[in-house]
Design a protein around this ligand. Structure first.
Ligand code: ASP
Ligand code: MG
Length: 414
């Protein structure tokens, strides 16, 4: 019999009406003859409210107690969802992470799932129950409640789909699916019917925040295709799967704009072996993620080393860079927060030449200056001045005709 995992995010459960409408979706699938496991997040912004409550009492609450607290929101949702299904005349049972057999390591607030013992889940499914599982939580070897990191319910859903060998995994959310670009910035952006795991991962890391990246990585590792679909309509959403076997791949699947990075430059660093190693090991030791790096050779054996970091890490990055500038006898540190990064992503870039050039040309035609460039197998990113960001995104979207690039959408939308 078909087994389906459905996941409902916080915004899809925010009101009693929404809980009931999610319950109806689960029942619809059950009545079509499927075994249904439903994973739920906390309602609306409930997790944020729990965190605020704790901080009103203590500025740095104990991590174990924070996990116990944050897990409350999902426990509310499982019970409400089960009650909703009962009210519609069907059998349902709620399970916490622990009851569902989800074992994690003991890293508070960013625990990783180690194993899932599915025996209880299977027993409940055999009793023809719709099984509701609390997302975002598990227990460690000592039975302490742990949480998987913000947005972690997606990861729970994919992990359960893998452990149960589910035929389908549907992630219900408040967007239509994945788009060629953020439709609020690019009105012509098109809904994407099918996307590769790697493309979604790149788009997510580039500022298109669709879902928890860890969930996508897990789905890729275990080969779990899943759908990102709207909870407010009947649309099929976007199927996320492995497209690497496709004979004709799309060169560019989507474009993204990231506006939350900043550029740090250490000026006139002595140009000798080991300098980059010193700089970036110090930055890494401060737990700062560096995105792009550029080194310009300047006169007198001195180079300018520039790198980008997330703006939230900027104060620490500037502190470390300042110290390094002193130690290395460099000329000083410059900061530019007025930058934006525009990127294109597509697995077809592996085999199509000339993609980067087309992007540079599109920016040049708009008289947009490129400050930094980085590429990977399936991505090209350009850092530009912040005010040009949205115009650059639209120009690139247009240059690759993403609004009509309607390939590989064969009828595998079952
Ligand atoms: N409720 C948790 C959070 O807001 C987990 C989730 O929504 O997936 O981070
Ligand atoms: Mg959430």
């Amino acid at each position: 019999m078909d087994l389906l995992v459905q996941k409902f995010g916080g915004s899809s459960l925010a009101t009693p009406q929404k809980v009931l409408s999610a319950a109806r979706r689960a029942i619809g699938e059950f009545e079509a003859g499927r075994s249904v496991v439903v994973v739920v997040s906390a309602q609306g912004d409930y997790t944020d409210r729990l965190i605020t409550m704790a901080r009103q009492i203590h500025p740095e609450p104990n991590p174990r107690e924070m996990d116990t607290l944050m897990a409350v929101g999902e426990q509310m949702s499982i019970a409400l969802m089960a009650i909703a299904i009962h009210s519609l005349g069907h059998g349902a049972v709620s399970l916490t992470g622990a009851q569902a057999g989800i074992r994690t390591d003991n890293v508070s607030s960013k625990a990783r799932i180690r194993t899932i013992d599915t025996s209880r889940l299977r027993r409940e499914l055999e009793r023809e129950q719709i099984v509701i599982v609390a997302g975002f939580q598990g227990v460690d070897v000592d039975d302490n409640i742990t949480t998987l990191g913000r947005g972690g319910s997606d990861t729970t859903a994919v992990a359960l789909a893998a452990a149960l060998g589910a035929e389908r995994c549907d992630i219900y959310t408040d967007v239509e699916g994945v788009y060629t670009a953020d439709p609020r910035l690019v009105p012509q952006a098109r809904w994407i019917p099918v996307i590769d795991y790697d493309e979604l991962l790149e788009l997510a890391s580039l500022g298109a925040r669709v879902m928890h990246s860890r969930a996508v990585e897990l789905a890729k590792r275990y080969g779990v295709p899943f759908r990102v679909r709207p909870s407010f309509s009947e649309s099929e959403g976007t199927l996320v799967t492995d497209l690497s076997g496709e004979m004709e791949q799309v060169d560019v699947r989507g474009a993204a704009l990231e506006t939350e990075e900043a550029k740090v430059t250490i000026r006139h660093v002595p140009d000798r072996p080991g300098v980059a190693a010193t700089i970036f090991s110090e930055i890494a030791a401060a737990s700062i993620n560096v995105d792009m790096i550029v080194q310009n050779v300047s006169e007198q054996n001195r180079a300018d080393v520039s790198f980008t970091v997330m703006q939230r890490d900027l104060p620490r990055a500037v502190q470390v860079a300042g110290r390094l500038a002193d130690e290395l006898n460099a000329a000083g540190v410059d900061v530019n927060e007025e930058i934006a990064k525009v990127s294109i992503v597509g697995t077809g870039m592996r085999s199509h030449a000339g993609v980067a050039e087309r992007m540079f040309r599109a920016l040049a035609d708009q008289k947009i200056n490129i400050l930094m460039i980085s590429t990977s197998e399936i991505k090209v990113s350009c850092v530009i001045e912040a005010p040009a960001g949205e115009r650059a995104l639209r120009a690139v979207h247009n240059a690759f005709e993403l609004e009509k690039n309607d390939t590989d959408t064969k009828d595998d939308n079952e």
